[in-house]
Design a protein around this ligand. Structure first.
Ligand code: 6PG
Length: 466
């Protein structure tokens, strides 16, 4: 009987959690995994929720179980598996049905799939919050045809996290818009994680603090402007003890970061959009550098690493983090604004800040203030909004002090340094690009604007002398 509200393919951790979340909210879910025993075990282990789950042993059975127009959520690995499953589903679906890719897809792939799909509608939804979020309330960034969103909206808003009673599931625009917003979310996630890691490094190497004490500091910061999921878990990570050795867990974890690629996509797309996202780029580069452990150790042997101790104070590190965070989010929202214009997406910037307030990895109290500032004036640089300008006036001196002292003593803090560089550039009315323009005109006759006249194709006196 075709009475399931939705289908779901892929019962790995994230898919299973999403299916249970939907079932718990009263939606009947037809589920399919390519290994039948996985599907059967999943439904058998779902307890009371099994009444809202329909185990399917084929794509035909899946299509037959779902009410029309059918919507099928894919929770399979990004890339080729999504193409392969979509092709198989195309054989059993009809015009007007929809495939909803809920993985971390590259938005270019989602755009392509939407173009190629003909009469089947393709949605790309960014889902953030890890397994816990998928089970109890993720943040959902949806892209695709408006009618597909209308079909999916009741289910997605039911399963999403909520903030002040408002569901964290929002339509971002056509085709790949949802996956694009998710990629920028992950770029910001990388940057936020990196500035926190840099603050940890300053406490560990600059102030010779123990991991447990650093955990207490993060826990304290989580009661102030830095209150966020990432600050909270950083405190818990720093406080944890390795059950095997009894040593602080952080001291046992190798300093080599992994990455699946979404943060890198943000840096790549930012270049295409001419969006300055230096803090995110620094964070991606820092992960790459972290992976080259052998080379770093060789460098330490060659140049002698051990950064000098610093006379730092914790309030200043907290201030530096606050300023760095405002600047990095400013860059992320600027990138979204540029994408919205370049791709003609008409993306709702304040609503993006709102959808990130709960459920996702970068959720934080500050995002509520960002949403308010963007609502007041969506076209203004976020850090120029009065609330955030005041925060920067208060905390940039700490950022400057921490960056200056750290660089002087040899502590690498690339993301905080990039934040300060952006801030200083953005409050410098007269920059130095006149020299760039002079150089370009000198070697290539590229022309320049003058400060004293209209027009853009003036040349310097050097051409005649060459
Ligand atoms: C989320 C996360 C998640 C991310 C993984 C790993 O919003 O829930 O961003 O989607 O993909 O946590 O990301 P990396 O391997 O790139 O660090």
């Amino acid at each position: 009987m075709a009475d399931a509200d939705i289908g779901l393919v892929g019962l790995g951790t994230m898919g299973a959690m999403l299916a249970l979340n939907m079932a718990e909210k009263g939606h009947k879910v037809a589920v399919y995994n390519r290994t039948l025993s996985v599907t059967e075990d999943f439904v058998a282990g779902a307890g009371e929720l099994a009444k809202n789950l329909v185990a399917c042993d084929s794509y035909q059975a899946l299509a037959a179980a779902i009410r029309k127009p059918r919507a099928i959520v894919l929770m399979v690995p990004a890339g080729k598996p999504v193409d392969a499953v979509s092709a198989d589903l195309a054989d059993v679906l009809e015009a007007g049905d929809m495939i909803v890719d809920a993985g971390n897809a590259n938005f270019h792939d989602t755009n392509r799939r939407a173009d190629e799909a003909r009469d089947i509608k393709v949605m790309g939804i960014g889902v953030s919050g890890g397994a816990e979020g998928a089970r109890h309330g993720p943040s959902i960034m949806a892209g695709g045809a408006p009618e597909a969103w209308e079909r999916m909206k009741p289910i997605l808003t039911d399963i999403a996290a909520s903030y002040d009673g408002q569901a964290c599931a929002t339509y971002m625009g056509p085709a790949g818009a949802g996956h694009f917003v998710k990629a920028v979310h992950n770029g910001i996630e990388y940057a936020d994680m990196q500035i926190i890691a840099e603050a940890y490094g300053l406490m560990r190497d600059g102030m010779q603090m123990k991991a447990a004490d650093i955990g207490d500091v993060f826990a304290g910061w989580n009661n102030g402007l830095l209150a966020s999921y990432l600050t909270e878990i950083s405190g818990k990570v720093a406080a944890a003890t390795d059950p095997e050795s009894g040593a602080p867990m952080l001291d046992i974890i190798q300093d080599r970061a992994g990455q699946k690629g979404t943060g890198r996509w943000t840096a790549i797309e930012a270049q295409h959009l001419a969006a300055p996202v230096g803090v995110i780029e620094a964070a991606v580069a820092a992960r790459n550098i972290s992976a080259a452990k052998d080379v770093r150790e060789a460098g330490e042997g060659l140049f002698g690493a051990a950064p000098e101790p610093l006379t730092l104070n914790l309030d200043m590190i907290e201030g530096a983090l606050i300023a760095g965070k405002v600047i990095c989010y400013t860059q992320g929202f600027e990138m979204l604004r540029r994408a919205s214009t370049a791709f003609e997406w008409d993306m709702p910037l304040p609503a993006i800040a709102e959808v990130w307030r709960a459920g996702c990895i970068i959720r934080s109290d500050m995002l509520n203030d960002m949403a308010s500032s963007l609502r007041d004036d969506p076209d203004r640089l976020l850090m120029f909004a009065p609330y955030f300008a005041d925060i920067l006036k208060t905390h940039v001196p700490a950022l400057r002090w921490v960056v200056g002292a750290s660089l002087g003593a040899g502590h690498p803090i690339p993301a905080l340094s990039a934040a300060l560089a952006y801030f200083d550039a953005m409050r410098t009315g007269r920059g130095t690009a006149n020299m760039i323009q002079g150089q370009r005109d000198f070697f290539g006759e590229h022309g320049f604007e003058r400060t004293d006249r209209d027009g853009s194709d003036f040349h310097g006196p050097w051409a005649a002398k060459r």
